[in-house]
Design a protein around this ligand. Structure first.
Ligand code: MOS
Length: 743
């Protein structure tokens, strides 16, 4: 894969203190460039998965099971086959996938749809000459089932919980003796927090166009975050070698984890296209996105904290129950941030899985921290009150100087600095005691929470080509899910090669290009960005050689190469053109340091003491995530994360009928994500930081940092406003009303 001689490969075994992004002089890096893909998106020329012009296209509409558990008995295709425009009813009870794939998996998701594991499981696809004809027939298709026993209610199924295999974090971790520390400590908290199932609710529904080529290979235009591993999943589902599957995913209308692995429409479209001998497009209806892709698991978290009178934590316990389908390994890694954020000798962090016949649970934006920080950071607020201590002081008192479990240093960590800077900017000193601040019929409160999100580096590569006309092209299977990947990759190349950003073309999301890990886990910028960096570093070396100067004596700026008292347009010294592939992979630094981005959330809310309505009045996030590559796109990521936090705190909750698992709020009218009126002016401030252990661009993940802790800051502000502590999320007005003070 990585051609000898033209590849610059780096394994992060050592710190990388020098970065060309500091010595280069183009001035592109960090600047708030508008998205280079913006004009094509707003003018409608950017092709999303369902928008590729393909000849002879047939339209598919998916059919989801209408029982919660049991067996599929028959599909009466003849009943609809003669309807106008209908081409065929296609199914494959062995190869259709029962659930979506998990992110980064190269093995296929669970296949086979004879067994119905949840309501909405995709069992067939109706193909027609138009979307409307396919939908009409799909809705009329008679399917018979034999209903079986299913578990749909968490409360009833919890007794069947079991210890799942370890995931990105251990299922069970124990250090010291939390029980003993709780018994000895003068001040303790023992509280249980509940968070509901959620849906990523990306704007673009899952969609695939499957095109079989004459040589028996498959091209799939899809909306997928990780095309390289997705192609492997899809190939294995279809019994093809990975080389026979190409996924093209150039633009993605949001993913938030729901598009990390393949979803059922991809396999259905591919099988249908093969069967009818025409390309097939399958776009999920919104209800199918909710019912048949992936949810974030609900959680129940027992959080125990033990502290000395001066606020030193002696024990941290976070014991979680989460849920997934029987036989699925993924568990919501609730405690992943708890492992590293605060010091404290005795630690118990566990996850037990409750089997439920509901749609697959998988990764949704900041899997783990997004919900785990709700329990932990609300408990910290409760502890601060019990101690009579400022919640910021409590957090700073327990800011860990080394990883409290592994004993290794942090690669970079600015938690206390973020708390202090946030307090100053937010006016924390003006915070009143619980229930003391009023504005007419509104009770006003302020809350704080720490933010943490683990930083990951994933093996990635990218090709950069320099042309005689002084332009450059970047190509990689990296994706842009709306985060700004196109733009930051162009900025990195611009900076190092000394070319204006508008001379750089970026081609992403095609598995024919060098493989990258794609977008997930906030690793995209650091991983694909480093691959681009390494390719450009190699090209820079080649330019220096062509100029006959030492690398260190070469300056590249505004399309000119300057060195040895000579200057020349870069295009003129590249000959017929130059190319290099950059390749990064994680190494010893991953274990030698604990890597995470940190920050602090501040929220001010009003609670209406007549109606119990909560309004977020303002929020501030102060974040440190290594080098900020683009001030605008980075800020936008944090704004998005904080907005997710408002949803998690106040509105978002998937509701399942306990009799059959039917998802009753399966669209954007009934599943309430925050709308404009729910989101006040949000402020984001970045602390300057460099992380030499993370990667050569010194940047850490940012896409998920903004959500981690945000909901807790809001819940803590609600308590400060009205003295009502709600531990069951979302904090809706019915939960507040009984406790509100009399008028
Ligand atoms: Mo993220 S939940 O890894 O897209």
């Amino acid at each position: 894969m990585f051609g000898f001689g033209t590849t610059n490969s780096l394994t992060m075994d050592k710190p990388h203190p020098e970065s060309l992004l500091d010595s280069a002089v183009q001035g592109s890096i960090g600047r708030p460039f508008d998205r280079i893909d913006g004009p094509s998106k707003v003018s409608g020329t950017a092709t999303y998965a369902a928008e590729y012009p393909v000849d002879n296209l047939a339209y598919g509409f998916l059919v989801g099971a209408r029982i919660g558990a049991g067996t599929l008995i028959s599909i009466d295709a003849d009943a609809v086959r003669s309807m106008p425009g209908v081409i065929d009813v296609v199914t494959d009870l062995d190869r259709f996938i029962r659930v979506a794939g998990q992110g980064g998996e190269t093995q296929p998701p669970t296949q086979g749809v004879r067994d119905i594991a949840f309501m909405g499981e995709i069992v067939a696809i109706v193909v027609a000459e138009s979307y409307e004809a396919a939908r009409d027939a799909a809705l009329r298709l008679p399917v018979t089932y034999e209903a079986g026993e299913g578990a749909y209610a968490f409360a009833a199924a919890r007794a069947k919980s079991y210890v799942p295999p370890d995931g990105v974090t251990p299922a069970h971790f124990n250090q010291g003796d939390v029980d003993a520390a709780m018994a000895e400590a003068p001040v303790t908290i023992d509280a249980t927090y509940v968070t509901p199932s959620q849906n990523s609710a990306a704007m673009e529904p899952h969609a695939s166009i499957a095109v079989w080529e004459d040589d028996g290979s498959l091209t799939l235009y899809g909306a997928y975050q990780m095309p390289s591993t997705d192609a492997s999943q899809l190939a294995k589902c279809l019994g093809l070698s990975a080389k026979k599957v190409r996924i093209v995913s150039r633009y993605i209308g949001g993913g938030f984890g729901s598009k990390l692995g393949i979803a059922p429409e991809s396999v259905a479209a591919a099988i249908a296209a093969k069967q009818i001998g025409r390309p097939v497009k399958a776009v999920m209806a919104r209800q199918q996105v909710f019912e048949a892709t992936v949810r974030r698991s609900n959680t129940e978290q027992r959080v125990r904290l033990a502290a000395t009178r001066d606020g030193k934590l002696t024990a941290i316990g976070q014991e979680s129950l989460v849920s997934n389908q029987p036989g699925e390994d993924f568990f919501e890694p609730v405690g992943i941030g708890t492992h590293m954020i605060y010091s404290g000798e005795n630690r118990l962090i566990t996850h037990d899985q409750v089997p439920l016949n509901l749609v697959l649970s998988g990764s949704m934006r900041a899997p783990g921290e997004a919900v785990g920080m709700i329990g932990l950071e609300c408990a910290m607020d409760e502890l601060a009150e019990r101690l009579g201590m400022d919640p910021i002081v409590l957090r700073k008192t327990n800011d860990a100087s080394v990883d409290p479990e592994k004993g290794v240093p942090f690669s970079s960590r600015s938690l206390s600095r973020a708390l202090d800077e946030g307090a100053r900017r937010f006016g924390w000193a003006r915070r009143a005691g619980p229930g003391e601040a009023r504005d007419g019929e509104w009770l006003i409160g302020m809350g704080v929470a720490s933010a943490v999100r683990g930083n990951m580096l994933m093996e990635s590569s990218a090709k950069v080509e320099l042309r005689p006309d002084g332009t450059a092209t970047i190509s990689s299977s990296m994706t842009d899910i709306g985060t700004g990947s196109y733009t930051i990759l162009a900025q990195i190349a611009s900076e190092i090669l000394g070319l204006p950003v508008d001379r750089i073309t970026v081609a992403l999301g095609d598995t024919n290009d060098p493989p990258a890990a794609g977008s997930g886990g906030s690793w995209g910028a650091g991983s694909a960005g480093s691959a681009v960096y390494l390719a450009c570093e190699m090209l820079r070396g080649k330019l220096a050689k062509a100029m006959r100067v030492e690398d260190s004596a070469l300056t590249l700026k505004d399309g000119m190469a300057i060195g040895n008292n000579r200057s020349s347009p870069i295009g003129e010294i590249v000959g017929d053109g130059l190319e290099a592939i950059g390749h990064i992979k994680p190494g010893k630094q991953e274990k030698a340091t604990t890597q995470a981005s940190f920050g602090a959330h501040f929220a001010e809310v009003g609670v209406n003491r007549v109606t119990g309505e909560v309004r977020v009045r303002r929020m501030l996030g102060v974040f440190a995530a290594g080098r900020v590559l683009n001030a605008k796109t980075a800020r936008s990521q944090c704004l998005g994360g904080m907005t997710f936090g408002i949803g998690a705190a106040l509105t978002e909750e998937l509701l399942h009928d306990p009799r059959n698992g039917k998802l009753v709020n399966r669209d954007l009218a009934e599943y309430h994500v925050p709308v404009n009126a729910d989101v006040p002016q949000l402020e984001v401030h970045f602390l300057s930081e460099r992380d030499v252990h993370a990667n050569p661009i010194h940047a850490k993940g940012i896409g998920e940092l903004g959500i981690s802790g945000a909901a807790a800051a809001i819940a803590n502000a609600i308590y400060n406003a009205c003295k009502v502590r709600v531990r069951s999320f979302p904090v809706t007005l019915d939960k507040l009303l009984p406790g509100l003070p009399d008028l």
